[in-house]
Write a protein that binds this ligand. Structure first.
Ligand code: AKG
Length: 257
């Protein structure tokens, strides 16, 4: 991995890979996401999280092999290992489409409300741009370096939905992937255009923490049966510690809400 990328991940808390998705993969991801939104209708995302002003899909590793390419992408996994150390696993894979004219900026947050613990950082995210991210369609905002502060936005800001003086907007072309230290303060912005802004979130965690979506419970057995050993490792399908953590935290639903 390139030294400049390492430095950006360490110091700023994010790095961008333009064109990480080859056009056929981008097209396949868009098609399957749109199909799922049509099929799931008003229920889309309900098993995990719905959000005013956005449409969401959850549990995507179970909903199409094309999503496994996202969850297992070697470049993203390399970045996540750089951020969290070698002991990583997928936590969840979701889609979020900021609706046209939604007017709703997400509050700044760290994913899972996570602060680094005595072992260090434990959450990392990858945001897969299925549409261009522009200054007006709900691009991601992020406060560079905030993963080092050991604080959460609501501890320092009257209203984490407000702009932060140090925030930047992460824009890019469809096909790009942003990898972030998910302790860095970030959030989606308002989509002021007439078109949806779609993205996937491939979310990872350290292996001593529960998955947000218990893959072993949620993935159909026939999908599990044909996965490689590496895929089984990243999805934590043969991991008694993960089973114990998830059974405790997600219960039988398999979703940590
Ligand atoms: O989709 C995005 O732009 C980021 C969304 C986000 O940070 C989240 O849903 O936690």
């Amino acid at each position: 991995m390139d030294a400049a990328i390492k430095r950006q991940l360490d110091e700023l808390g994010y790095a961008i890979y333009p064109d990480l998705m080859p056009p056929p993969l981008l097209a396949a991801l868009r098609a399957r996401v749109d199909e799922l939104f049509r099929e799931e209708g008003a229920q889309a995302g309900a098993e995990f999280r719905q959000e005013p002003g956005s449409r969401r899909l959850a549990n995507l590793a179970a909903k199409g092999d094309v999503f496994l390419e996202v969850a297992l992408h070697p470049t993203v996994l390399e970045c996540v290992r750089h951020l969290l150390g070698p002991e990583i696993k997928l936590s969840s894979l979701n889609a979020r489409s900021a609706s046209p004219h939604n007017g709703v900026a997400q509050p700044l947050h760290a994913d899972a409300g996570a602060l680094a613990d005595e072992r260090g950082f434990w959450v990392a995210n990858s945001v897969w741009m299925l549409d261009d991210f522009t200054a007006s369609n709900g691009a991601l905002r992020l406060v560079p370096g905030s993963h080092h502060w050991g604080r959460l936005p609501h501890q320092d800001m009257d209203n984490p939905a407000d702009p932060h003086p140090q925030e930047i907007l992460i824009t890019g072309r469809a096909g790009a992937v942003v990898v972030l230290n998910a302790h860095a303060w970030h959030g989606g912005t308002a989509n002021r255009t007439a078109a949806p802004r779609r993205a996937l979130h491939g979310f990872y965690t350290r292996r001593d923490k529960p998955q947000q979506q218990w893959q072993k419970r949620l993935l159909p057995p026939e999908v599990q049966a044909r996965l490689s050993l590496e895929a089984r490792w990243i999805l934590a399908l043969d991991d008694p510690l993960n089973d114990e953590l998830c059974a405790r935290e997600t219960g039988m639903s398999g979703f940590l809400r």
